[in-house]
Design a protein around this ligand. Sequence first.
Ligand SMILES: *Cc1c(COP(=O)(O)O)cnc(C)c1O
Length: 361
Amino acid sequence: MIPFLDLRAAYVEMKDEIDSAIARVLDGGWYILGPEVEAFEAEWADYCGAKIAVGVANGLDALTLSLRALRIGAGDEVIVPSNTYIATWLAVSSVGATPVPVEPDPRTYNIDPSRIEDAITARTRAVLPVHLYGQPADLEPIVSLARKHGLRVIEDAAQAHGARYKGRRVGAHGDAVCWSFYPGKNLGALGDAGAVTTNDPQLAERIRALRNYGSSRKYVNELLGVNSRLDPVQAAVLRVKLRTLDAWIGRRRAIAQIYTQGLIGTGLILPYVPEWADPAWHLYVIRSQERDATQRRLSSRGVGTLIHYPIPPHMQTAYSDLGLAADTLPIARDLASEMLSLPMGPHLTLADAAKVVSELK
Ligand SMILES: *Cc1c(COP(=O)(O)O)cnc(C)c1O
């Protein structure tokens, strides 16, 4: 059996360090925010090449609080990719704004910068690119278009820990960069966790207040905040795992190389990597018109695969109110029926990756 992802192996490899980090928090007696969260925030900002990181409870809150901190809400529009996990859209909806989808470049699967301008209206406040599958979106044209129109850029980097755009790590190209440390991500906690990185100190302060009841001084509430604090136990775990993040991305890259070298010429459509991109290989996604049959065959041979994502946001019942028929966004609709994510993770052996290749052939 080759599982899609072995999360327990990640814990086992670092068990001693993780256990002692957790024990340190328990012994320290400080269980909300505090030194462990602050230390992780500093280390994460540093890794991302950003001035500031603010830890929050999860990736969805990182997005939602960034939108709120930028005062985006009812009546506003935010440009989002049509091809993404629904969390990107839900964050926009949850602040009362409207997600306005733009189709992806069919080679990179990321938002197509050349289609963004047509979607801008008088109500548009921000562009929210997603670095899907760990492949960086084409940030330069997105940021310059946003600046030209007075829009904010909020990045959904939930799948892009360690990805580089033109040599520089994702983490501070836009106004706010939103991270999830959901266990299956490249940098994963042992539960829910998230963060926002930014170079804007005022924005960071607003997010810091919003995550903690809208208060920057105890019992003084300037904003209508929420409780979305990063748990110090998770922060301690993340500090341990951050030390191996680059090495583990290296293992992902080696697996991606085996897949790409082995599958060239099979007729399957393989990930396209622009010359300016250094992906973090969160997922290795192939495309085939016989996707479902391929997935069944692999499953019968013990190879676990997943579909990211089977139903695009505009075709979800939750978004029926937007009135977007399936064929209004044909690229997102078609990708959803052709994409297949192969086993990928730092604990997949190269031998197993080679076995996946031979099963696919
Ligand atoms: C995982 C993910 C999120 C949400 O993160 P949570 O921590 O689960 O809230 C948002 N956007 C994308 C693209 C994701 O993959």
